[in-house]
Ligand binder design. Structure first.
Ligand SMILES: Nc1ncnc2c1ncn2[C@@H]1O[C@H](COP(=O)(O)OP(=O)(O)OP(=O)(O)O)[C@@H](O)[C@H]1O
Ligand SMILES: [Mg+2]
Length: 490
């Protein structure tokens, strides 16, 4: 539930994509704007420089052409040439004397023009350098770009040549370029937007998938597996989560299985207890109804009641011993000692002798005295008794049961071998389960509840050992208990 709330809370927060995409976009657009602004500025600078050097080159050419007229002081010819050239090259051309008096101009009558001595480009040209100026022209009533150069003869400034173009020309060209840059910028911005979108999606999508998957986990879908993304951090997260889900799933399946076993167990116990109780009740009622007055019947029925009471007692003892084994294995309180296997087998055989004799079955022991294992002797004895008891129970009269102890590698092995009815292979995997019997009717008649082998298995397990069974129908069975032992035998 805690996780559920956390997930719901996170829904209120902004999705990762919603944070990544705008950030990417802002970064890209700001860098685009800055670079465009810088490029435009540089371009304008470059363009103006170029326009100026263009003007200067023409001014120098024109000055050279005027040289001859200056010498002959043919100012009329100069003015005429200015007007002709000005039309051809579509720029304003002005020629002045060093005094600042205009003697030729492509646009105006020089006689009507005032002295230009104070114009900044002329002042610079008079020092022998190239003069530049961008300013408003009162003559033409527009912003102009001017370049003035000195016309020199014999190291003496004999005049000034000036060329000019309206600034709108420069601006016009720049505007066209600006427009192109703007269009290109827009296209780039559009592409950047798409790229940002996909980049943000690429990063956020695997995380969103993880989030969705985890939500499926919390809803109990533990069979689901998260897709593993490419990035190391997220992929190891997904792998870890998948492992966690798999483990949880296993645990859950185990718990369900245990729950089933528990329910089966309760049903079995109830059934096993109910059978003798029903009989006891039945015979007791028969006695009350009058049978008690017939001495012979009374004796017979009370004996039957006693038998069933014994059986109940046996079942309950078995159940108690199983549950105490459970507890011992759980808390590892088992008290063990280095015991002689031969001693254990001998006392187990003693406990079964009466039963064996009643069926005329011979119990044959073979075990060397030096075989030892760390065991709880009375528990191990109980396990062997259970095996020998079965061997006697499921053998025909006048046969043999072999009880053997031996060392196999670093294990002590106890084998109980009979030549009885055997067990069909299909039943073998289950006979160690509680209450499991191959032939229910037959076993019950023989007084079996199906707890004997479960106890054997349990006792072996809490000694860190295991059990095996080999059996052939009609030929007999071999039950073995393997126990860890470091005894060296020769
Ligand atoms: N030596 C054997 N030969 C043939 N069948 C056997 C042998 N040992 C066990 N079985 C089969 O395995 C089943 C389970 O044995 P287990 O000892 O657990 O129960 P049980 O002998 O029927 O009852 P309990 O031992 O509780 O009195 C038996 O019912 C029987 O069918
Ligand atoms: Mg048994």
């Amino acid at each position: 539930m805690g996780l559920g709330i956390a997930l719901r809370d996170s829904k209120l927060k902004r999705r990762l994509f919603g944070q990544l995409f705008p950030s990417y976009l802002v970064i890209v657009l700001i860098s685009l704007m800055i670079s465009t602004w810088y490029a435009t500025k540089e371009l304008k600078h470059l363009h103006i420089n170029q326009a100026e050097s263009d003007l200067k080159a023409r001014a120098v050419l024109i000055g050279n052409q005027m040289n001859g007229y200056f010498l002959s002081e043919n100012f009329k010819a100069i003015d005429k040439l200015c007007k002709e050239l000005g039309k051809k090259v579509s720029m304003r051309i002005t020629i002045l004397l060093p005094s600042g008096k205009v003697i030729g101009d492509s646009e105006e009558n020089p006689a009507l023009m005032n002295n230009h001595k104070k114009r900044p480009e002329i002042i610079t040209a008079l020092t022998g350098n190239t003069g530049n100026s961008i300013r408003y022209s009162h003559t033409l009533q527009k912003d102009m770009m001017y370049v003035a150069i000195p016309i020199i003869e014999n190291n003496k400034i004999i005049g000034i040549g000036r060329t000019a173009i309206p600034l709108v020309y420069v601006d016009k060209v720049l505007k066209v370029i600006y427009f192109k840059i703007m269009i290109e910028g827009l296209i780039i911005a559009l592409i950047a937007t798409f790229l940002s979108f996909f980049m943000a999606k690429r990063i956020s999508k695997p995380l969103e998938e993880l989030e969705d998957g985890v939500e499926r986990f919390t809803k109990g879908d533990l069979k689901y597996r998260l897709p593993v993304p490419n990035a190391r951090e997220t992929s190891s997260l997904a792998i870890a989560m998948n492992e966690m889900a798999a483990q949880l799933d296993n645990k859950l399946t185990q718990i369900k299985k245990l729950e089933n076993i528990r329910q089966d167990f309760i049903a079995n116990v109830s059934h096993e207890l109910k059978t003798p109780i029903t009989s006891i009740k039945g015979y007791a009622e028969t006695l009350i109804d009058g049978a008690i007055h017939n001495k012979e019947d009374a004796q017979k029925f009370v004996n039957i009641i006693l038998n069933h009471a014994d059986r109940l007692n046996n079942i309950i003892e078995d159940l108690l011993s199983l549950s105490s084994l459970d507890q011992e294995s759980e808390y590892e309180q088992l008290s063990v000692e280095n015991s002689s296997i031969k001693d254990i087998l001998t006392s187990a055989i003693q406990l079964c002798t009466v039963k064996a004799q009643s069926k005329n079955i011979e119990l044959e022991l073979s075990c060397s005295a030096n075989i030892q294992a760390l065991v709880n002797p009375s528990l191990m004895e109980q396990a062997v008794v259970n095996l020998v008891d079965n061997a006697i129970k499921y053998s025909s009269p006048a046969s043999k049961v072999l009880i053997q102890g031996m060392q196999e590698g670093n294990e002590a092995v106890i084998k109980v071998i009979d030549f009885g009815c055997g067990i069909p292979e299909a039943h073998l995997p289950r006979i160690f389960e509680r209450f499991y019997r191959v032939d229910k009717a037959r076993s019950r008649k023989l007084g079996g509840t199906g707890l004997g082998l479960a106890i054997v298995k349990h006792i072996s397990q809490i000694h860190k050992g295991h059990t095996t069974v080999y059996s052939t129908v009609g030929a007999g069975s071999v039950f073995s208990i393997y126990l860890p032992s470091n005894q060296i035998t020769n």
